[in-house]
Design a protein around this ligand. Structure first.
Ligand SMILES: NC(=O)c1ccc[n+]([C@@H]2O[C@H](COP(=O)([O-])OP(=O)(O)OC[C@H]3O[C@@H](n4cnc5c(N)ncnc54)[C@H](O)[C@@H]3O)[C@@H](O)[C@H]2O)c1
Length: 256
């Protein structure tokens, strides 16, 4: 049978973003068929990654905060390829705020994308995993889940992701599903462009390299490699974990 018809299927949310494209590229190399889900630019991102075998990549426009949109997107992948072996919850936002000027809308929007979205994605993949006899979830957290270091709404959403993942690990283990978090530090992607001008972002990046015991920054491909490992058979007995891909900066004092 054509290998592309038997290849495992990975669904990557935020698939048009900096980390999403890097994750998809590594998973493609590992032999996955990839569905890139994003609220915008999914088709273009899929096109940019397309290899000679275009049947390996699907762009799906969907909003992870909208349950109907999530349900329809997963149905689209299932009707195209019949399965979802790996779910990568990668879509995320980080609106800037202080506690003092916090607006309820900012708080809610952050939790909706970063925490409710992954929960809805998992919920609607469960029927497929039940039928298939298992599956894998990796959600992209952040080193700030533990010590803060970002705005409060974002830090809370990423800490929540760890709690939700541990609960999912217990509930879905009997179905053969593993659930883990990959928690990166500051990575050069469009997400960080919002934090300030180019000079500010570069200075921030330099401070991260300085506090890293390894003296270097994390690249999107480092995050992608950790995701790929957790989705592989080599990681079949790893579940409920949070793996920092932070060049050791998860041990650093507050970086600002
Ligand atoms: N860049 C970093 O320094 C860093 C560090 C730690 C964790 N992360 C996490 O990595 C993940 C990817 O971030 P990135 O750096 O690639 O950012 P990015 O802005 O490049 O990509 C995020 C993607 O998510 C998509 N998205 C946002 N809301 C969505 C929604 N409601 N439905 C569907 N898609 C939606 C965006 O359109 C975008 O393509 C995020 O979860 C982020 O919190 C990033």
């Amino acid at each position: 049978m054509n290998a592309s018809l038997t290849a495992p299927v990975a669904l990557v949310t935020g698939g048009a973003g900096g980390m999403g494209v890097a994750i998809a590229a590594v998973l493609l190399d590992d032999g996955f068929r990839i569905a890139l889900l994003d609220r915008r630019g999914a088709a273009a991102a899929a096109h940019s990654l397309a290899t000679s075998d275009a049947a390996q990549i699907l762009g799906v426009e969907a909003d992870v905060t909208d349950e109907e949109s999530v349900r329809t997107a997963i149905e689209q992948v299932a009707s195209t390829w019949g399965r979802v072996d790996a779910l990568v919850n990668n879509a995320g936002i980080e609106p800037q705020h202080t506690m003092e000027n916090l607006e309820r809308g900012t708080w809610q929007a952050t939790l909706d994308v970063n925490l409710t979205g992954p929960a809805l994605m998992i919920k609607h993949c469960i029927p497929l995993w039940r039928r298939q006899g298992g599956g894998r979830v990796v959600s992209i957290g952040s080193r700030v889940w533990l010590g803060g270091g970002s705005v409060a709404a974002y830090s809370a959403s990423k800490a929540g992701l760890v709690g939700m993942t541990r609960a999912a690990c217990r509930e879905l283990g009997p179905l053969g599903v593993t659930a883990n978090v990959v928690a990166p530090s500051f990575v050069r992607t469009p997400l960080n462009a919002e934090k300030g001008d180019a000079e500010f972002v570069e200075a921030y990046l330099r401070r991260f390299a300085e506090v890293s015991p390894l003296g270097r920054l994390v690249e999107p491909v480092d995050v992608a490699n950790a995701v790929a490992f957790l989705l592989s058979d080599r990681a079949r007995n790893i579940t409920g974990e949070t793996v920092h891909v932070a060049a050791g900066t998860q041990l650093a004092p507050f970086v600002q």
